[in-house]
Design a protein around this ligand. Sequence first.
Ligand code: FAD
Length: 495
Amino acid sequence: MTIQGDVPGSLPQSYASLGALFAEMSEFLPADRISREAGTCWAYGMDNSRLHHPADIVAFPLDHDEVQRVVRCARRHSVPITTRGRGTGTAGGSVPLQGGVVVVMDRMNQVLEFRPEDRLIRVQTGIINADVQRIVSAAGFFWPPDPTSNALCTVGGNLGCNAAGPHAVKYGTTRENVLGLKAVAGTGATVIAGTETTKGVVGYDLTRLLIGAEGTLGIITEATLKLTPLPDARCLIRAFYPNMHAASQAVSRLMNQPATPAAIEFIDGNALNLMRSHSTNPDALAIPESAGALLMIEVDGMSESLANQTDLIQAAARGDTDEQAALISLEIARTPQEMALLWSARKALSPTLRLVAPKKINEDVVVPVSRVPLLITALDEIALRHSVKIVNFGHAGNGNIHVNLLIDPDDPAQSAAADDALAEVFSTVLALKGTLSGEHGIGAVKREYIRDEIAPETLLLMHGIKHVFDPDGIMNPGKKIPDAIAPPAKPGKSK
Ligand SMILES: Cc1cc2nc3c(=O)[nH]c(=O)nc-3n(C[C@H](O)[C@H](O)[C@H](O)COP(=O)(O)OP(=O)(O)OC[C@H]3O[C@@H](n4cnc5c(N)ncnc54)[C@H](O)[C@@H]3O)c2cc1C
């Protein structure tokens, strides 16, 4: 049995007043920044999840005030709003599942203020992540969130999903690298949250609440990003192991010593085969025949201390005498060219999977780092039990494993097996005290699994928060948290 939570119910599928809404919005958005044209509405109806539903109206605001006016108009007409950065998200977060207005943020791409002396930059959130990196690197800084999609994705999308990448193991995710923000809530109110300082406890922490909310509470229009000085030296260690178990044991050792690597990326045997067969330069990758797993371990810091850190990290990657037998080879790439070649092969993996299987179900589960070996063993067993090919790689230093189930969606038996395998993957992750998504977000695709992770009473509180920010349920409906929640567990059975 389920009961309805306190979240406003589904909005109507057709909106009687769309024409009136369009006319109102056209009063402040010129014709080249608002559209009801079918082709435009179709194009802004998809993201990298491959879900699709066309928008009814597409709006391209230029600043906070225009966003606020759009939200206020849409609220008056009870029309839903879906916020979109560049649509690279994999969970359907920017797909307007119930139609309505898609607010496209990528023309809001201005730098509002850059203060290297305070290690901050204030930007409009439609700016591309790589553009921020380019601007701040000229002054010796970087902004740590580094999703593989950074050449395309927006800072707003990074905030929406709490995105991260390989360097999160040392520098944290988006949440740890934002000082403050400005947003428009679903009520139409302006929210100004956070500080320009690295300490601050005044009021509730709405900055970190809005980050990761996937556009369900409001639209983040501006953000003050916390910058980190660029390291002046780095190297990349490649360590090959015969199997994932040996590699995941090495990850535990690497995280249990004082020199934190800047990145620890994890690639399994199936993914290595893809690198061998799809790399433009397979010989340069020199993957040993017997390798069943690879760790790419980046070390960074001041040039004076890099050698010491590298020694500690190498020793952990090798393991003690017994485990050393498990290491096949270890090399260090020191030149920018060598490092770039290895990183490009790693970054090509996700798109390559699309080439080899008609459908990939890509999960980004996370477990405590010491339990990565248990997860990997369980994934092998699940793949065997359900006869589903599973390819794993990801950000092992955070315990964040991209589990890719490769199937032919036209084969009903394979689809059913993948569903069963996926349910087992999730229950295994939760049994290991992990979490269902580390960075891709919940969007539409994982929403119904949330009840397995979040206890009913906590979910009710989340619904209460949603109601305060968005009483009419217009902000990105159908995403992030389920509408209906299970009744509280009976005494003695609470999670
Ligand atoms: C090849 C590839 C590699 C990827 N690698 C990574 C990776 O390493 N790490 C990672 O974390 N992700 C990764 N992703 C996923 C995706 O790129 C990120 O989640 C990215 O942050 C999304 O940015 P976007 O601008 O495309 O946002 P969109 O996809 O447009 O939106 C994502 C979510 O954020 C919300 N949103 C967008 N802008 C705002 C805003 N201004 N205010 C409030 N909410 C907003 C949307 O409503 C939606 O729910 C990858 C995707 C691809 C295709």
